[in-house]
Design a protein around this ligand. Sequence first.
Ligand code: BYC
Length: 336
Amino acid sequence: MHFVNRNLANPKQTSNIGMETTLSVEELNKREAEFDAKIAGGKTIEPKDWMPERYRKQLLRMMSQHAHSEVVGMLPEGNWITRAPSLARKAVLLAKVQDEAGHGLYIYSAAETLGMDRSEMIDQLLSGKAKYSSIFNYPTLSWADIGAIGWLVDGAAIVNQTVLAKCSYGPYSRAMLRICKEENFHNKQGYQIMAYLMRGTKEQRDMAQDAMNRFWWPALMMFGPSDTNSPNSADLMKWKVKLHSNDDLRQRFIDRTVPQAEAIGLRIPDDKLKWNESTRHYEFGEINWAEFNQVISGNGPCNKLRMKQRTDAHNNGAWVREAAAAYSAKKAASKK
Ligand code: BYC
């Protein structure tokens, strides 16, 4: 009988990982067949269910990068909290940025069910091993950028995450349900900022158009490389983590956003953009993939600044983590 090494360490034992170190080929095939049947039948995979090691690794990669994006994503918007144009705008922006922190927490917690501690995921972010969304490596130069982020960036996130809410991994899909509800509020507040600016003075309209010009293409890049150049998509689609391809979701975002821009008088900065009546989709120009590749390799306009800000925040927060751990140890000891 053949045995296959299944040495999958899981210190927390929140899943089946590490409970089996060796499986016979027959047993492994049986489990894989059960797993495939669950996926085919639209059932969710839960932390204690058996899963192929590659499924677990792909999910950990994607979910931890998603969590990092939520947390790093607070930085460009946080930049405007002290400069919001009114008390009401400041309160709304504060609430939005706090929501993003919450999203990071839900997704880190969901990712931990796959057997990696949050501190390790954060180490991977700070050491540059793990990625976060390219969009947060662009600067926020004016108040209109806060409108553009809420409308375009959260709008792109909604298109992506509404589908992820139906993905095959239970903890991830459930986290997405709540996150999408909050993203809808973020999206509306961003669009409202843009709509107000477009009803304002010429300077305000120019500021909104300038934000649109700078954020449109980076927002399209959020959906990842084109399908022909997306190495992880085949696995993720086979396992129903991704239910639609990068290009399909990008097209969906464009189709729903162009009419919104037109409704408030904003121009899409793409000369090739045009409605195709037969496909009932917008055609659009070529994305600058060289720029995308530079940004995801750490060479975007703000990559170094973002990593410095995150590293400083992490180091400055060490005493809070230590105090929380000491308090929880004390509480546990008092219960003995
Ligand atoms: N940026 O094979 P592919 C938010 C990487 S935050 C950076 O297509 P995959 C918000 C990709 O990781 C919402 N890297 O990958 C927060 C891979 O590299 P590795 C963030 C990117 O995973 C605050 C390589 O390129 N949303 O809403 O199949 C304020 C090849 O790509 C990007 C999520 O994270 C990118 N844009 O597909 C406001 C959604 N694109 O890991 C708002 C969850 C690709 O092999 N994630 N790469 O070294 C996903 O849906 C998928 O991971 C992606 C990429 C569509 C992003």
